[in-house]
Design a protein around this ligand. Sequence first.
Ligand SMILES: Cc1cc2nc3c(=O)[nH]c(=O)nc-3n(C[C@H](O)[C@H](O)[C@H](O)COP(=O)(O)OP(=O)(O)OC[C@H]3O[C@@H](n4cnc5c(N)ncnc54)[C@H](O)[C@@H]3O)c2cc1C
Ligand code: FES
Length: 395
Amino acid sequence: MAESSTVPLPTAAAVRLSGWLTHLGVSPLAFDDTLSLINPLLTVHRLNARIVGRQVETGTATTLVLQAGPAFKGLQPGQFVIVGVTINGVRHRRAYSPRAVEGHPNRIAITVQRQPGGVVSNHLNEHTRVGQFLEIEQAAGSFTLPSPLPAEVLLIAGGSGITPCMAMLEHLQRHFPRTKATLVYFARSRDDRIFAKALDKLAASWTGFQYRAIDSVANTQTDDSGRPSAADAGRAQQVLSADLLNQLVPNWTKVPAYCCGPTPLMDAARAIWQEAAFGNWKDGAAIKARLHLEAFTPPKPSGDPHARHEVKLTHHAVDKAFEAAGDQTILVASESAGQGLKHGCRQGICHECTCRLHSGSVRNLLSGERIDGEGQTIQVCVSVPMSDVHIESMA
Ligand SMILES: Cc1cc2nc3c(=O)[nH]c(=O)nc-3n(C[C@H](O)[C@H](O)[C@H](O)COP(=O)(O)OP(=O)(O)OC[C@H]3O[C@@H](n4cnc5c(N)ncnc54)[C@H](O)[C@@H]3O)c2cc1C
Ligand code: FES
């Protein structure tokens, strides 16, 4: 697939027609609903994609190949797409990092790793079939390769964090094979390694590609004590380290680096780059800026689980209220109360969950910052209340 595309003429005409009809009182969604009766891929406001392929990757991960309509604007490798599904009458939205499918316009492949107890990841793995439609949104996100492309890049992945890295690698091999790329990929075992065969093939056919697959549980999710789970006792525990990077990419501090994976892996990368930056007063800021991180899960709130705060929510001039525990984000608390707020990535990236704070204080989990004062905007997916709060939905 072309990795970015201009809006085709029929789509531009449909958007214009929808604009005229809006003036006559027809809502854009009603316009889409009508188009959808003819063909769900023709919609221009709320996009759909048909599942045209399905492939089991590992015991816990499946790839879905999605054919989007002409209104899909394409993607840069590394970006994410929000996928919407309705399960038991409740609409859920989650981010997935697709790869472009070569030779098929507007076709993308998402690979979904099941999460224990995960609502959407298990649904997509178990209940999706070829021919079904999923809602999708335009690609977004800044975990993308720099422009102009550097001569060399370093990618570090753990578990399902391989998905944006694979999108970048395929793009480089197809279009810029002279770029040198190194991938360090941590997984619990070869059986758990998503794209294991495809990566072996890539390494065999692309001379600029250096691939180090590491079987290790050290950088995977841990139990609440911070240690690998009992089931992992006795398994290899090699960690990401500056020594490993020195071996593989001796000039790693000068190369743009992309890391995506579980929290322990990302923390290790952050610490390694910070130390390198600290030891180099001249180039320190530039070294830090060369590391790009993409998290699939937000940091865990560490507040008091017994504390209870009232969240008053104003939406379209209607007030509702629900309780949030001190260790819950406002988004999760709203969902537990059956009053789910509009959201996208659940990760502080897309800003779709932005609300206005009228009173009270919250802590932003990404920055650690306390936010209070009337009129401030907050992202409820990464905001934990520190007192009773009054927020207004901006959706
Ligand atoms: C920018 C971005 C890109 C993403 N790309 C991909 C992708 O390409 N492939 C993919 O499989 N996932 C990807 N994700 C994660 C995805 O959006 C969902 O979070 C994931 O599928 C779990 O959703 P769920 O509804 O199954 O779990 P939920 O019902 O939301 O959560 C269930 C439980 O699982 C935990 N959990 C959720 N996600 C994870 C995780 N990733 N690791 C460990 N624990 C988790 C939660 O803390 C919770 O306890 C991406 C996330 C972001 C923000
Ligand atoms: S849902 Fe994307 S920033 Fe909150």
